[in-house]
Design a protein around this ligand. Sequence first.
Ligand code: G6P
Ligand code: MG
Length: 226
Amino acid sequence: MSGLEACLFDLDGVIVDTAKYHFIAWRQIADELGFAFSERDNERLKGVSRQRSLDILLEIGGLALDEESKARLAEKKNGFYLDDIRKITPAEILPGAEGFLWECKAAGLKTALATASRNSALILDLLRIRSLFDVVVDGNKVKRTKPDPEVFLLCAKELAVEPARCVVFEDAEAGIEAARSAGMISVGIGDPAILKRANMVAPGLASLTVEMMLAAFDPGKERATR
Ligand code: G6P
Ligand code: MG
């Protein structure tokens, strides 16, 4: 018998391919500020809040700005990002994501969206998948950004499930750390060389099944994956 009760999904880079739009928008800001910003640099921005992302970006560029300029830049980045996001359709749901959510429902598992994004309501509407999540916890609800576990712990609380009975799907290093700190099993979505600290890594939800998760969550095997 499995001890798994809930699946918690990050949004950007796990459910939908918006991670590339975040990158493009931040690179536009870096261009304007006059420094290079690579995809490897961008890994540090994944999963963290808009404000924290800007702080990391400025650190990469070796710049220090006052709070007012930072607020203006964060808003500008969001404008660039929204220009792309407003055009997204369900075709941009990542392969296997919607099917996996339906499988969760069929298996009686609870589902939550756990993201630092403040744009999640718009994205879920455009993708028409809001109803597939029992709970949505986003950047408007939490104070601390991943790697802090707050977003995942609040999902578990709202779902009324113990953290140890949750599995987290994440494409960001910060998200994997947050899952670990929350006492949850983590599945990295992406490159195993980057997501080294996850309990397991897959290229996408298309290569995973709920059955695999239930088996991995067998209490006897659980410790072995840590
Ligand atoms: C997600 C993304 C981050 C992004 C953050 C805030 O966690 O992985 O790259 O910075 O959300 O998103 P927002 O849509 O509020 O700017
Ligand atoms: Mg992500």
